[in-house]
Ligand binder design. Structure first.
Ligand code: TYM
Length: 332
């Protein structure tokens, strides 16, 4: 039975505190997939250093994100949870895949272009090579699906291209993965600039909600959220701010978009915005509390990531051995 389950893999960078976008676009969906799929979820700390990190912050955020994975409902008994830098095969496969990835295709990645603009003083080779490491993360585990938010689709596309190129040069080696998007929340937008995605690296803290934000901060940010002058609570392309709030509220309460529109018909934003804030506060409260509890139990978190690394390593090493053999490396 176990053997027949399809596999899923995904990761989050512990490059800061997680946002509501990371939760609704990614982690929350993962928790519902754990029984149906054979799941592997990791913390992409190798990716995080493509942008300068304070070492103490990176270490603390790595523990925090692991605790948040579990507080959100990822169960280390069901899913493999580990830290990317603990499994050497990620960096090793990334090197091999570099030699099957073209400069031109990496130059076209929109995230690289965006990050080159926002970190103009540190356009390092790792930032450029980031999608290849991500391809290695994925292909090592031979997953069928990669559940992500919309902003990562281009990276999955290049991963598929690299895998296909390698397979056609050396015979079937990698499973070609497909992206897996949740029904809603694939792109949670900034509260202050609703045409931009919500991001933990936004210099304006009113644009994002952090999973660890205090209830009063969450309420304040929603009350200040940018909307429009129309005053009607309806989801429409020319109302990006309101549409974003409706989607968030729908996800926090389990209602459909139509139900939310009906609930606030004839009511203005003065009533709607605090309602969204309250729903988000209640959705995040148990996660924040459980994260805090888990962070107080370092020994347990350490056991989880050590066990996870062992399981991950076994799967990853099998793929790496196969790749090394195919490209012609001599076995030690
Ligand atoms: P990262 O750390 O930027 O984001 C983690 C996940 O959260 C999703 N996400 C969002 N979804 C909806 N709305 C938003 N505003 C929003 N912001 C972030 C992302 O789409 C992602 O699913 N490169 C990846 C990490 C990575 C990875 C991997 C992912 C490394 N290796 C292998 C999948 C497979 C990243 O930077 O995600």
């Amino acid at each position: 039975m176990e053997e027949q389950k399809k596999r899923m893999l995904s990761m989050v960078q512990p490059s800061g505190h997680l946002t509501l976008g990371n939760y609704l676009g990614a982690i929350r969906n993962w928790t519902t997939l754990q029984d149906e799929y054979d799941c592997v979820f990791a913390l992409a700390d190798l990716h995080a250093i493509t942008v300068r990190q304070k070492p103490a912050d990176l270490r603390r955020n790595t523990y925090e994100v692991l605790a948040q994975y579990m507080a959100a409902g990822l169960d280390p008994e069901k899913s493999v949870l580990f830290i990317q830098s603990h499994v050497a095969a990620h960096a090793q496969l990334a090197w091999v895949l570099n030699c099957y990835t073209m400069f031109g295709e990496l130059s076209r990645m929109t995230q690289f272009k965006d990050k080159s603009r926002s970190h103009a003083d540190n356009i390092n080779a790792g930032l450029f090579d980031y999608p290849v490491l991500m391809a290695a993360d994925i292909l090592l585990y031979q997953p069928n699906y990669v559940p992500v938010g919309i902003d990562q689709l281009q990276h999955i596309e290049i991963c598929r291209d690299i895998a296909q190129r390698f397979n056609s040069a050396y015979s079937e080696t990698f499973t070609i993965p497909e992206p897996y998007l949740g029904k809603m929340g694939g792109k949670v937008m900034s509260l202050s600039e609703p045409t931009k995605k919500m991001s933990k690296s936004d210099p304006n803290p009113n644009g994002f909600i952090l999973l660890m934000d205090k209830p009063e901060d969450i309420m304040r940010k929603f009350k200040r959220a940018v909307t429009d002058s129309d005053m009607r609570v309806v989801c429409r392309e020319d109302k990006p701010g309101v549409s974003n709030l409706i989607t968030i509220y729908a996800q926090a309460t389990g209602k459909t978009i139509e139900e939310v529109e009906a609930e606030f018909e004839g009511k203005g934003y003065g009533e709607f915005k605090p309602a969204v804030g309250e729903a988000v506060v209640e959705m995040l409260r148990p996660i924040r509390e459980e994260t805090e509890r888990l962070l107080g139990d370092k020994a347990y978190l350490e056991k989880v990531y050590r066990d996870g690394a062992q399981k991950a390593e076994r799967i990853a090493q099998r793929t790496l051995d196969k790749v090394y053999r195919k490209v012609g490396f001599v076995k030690r």
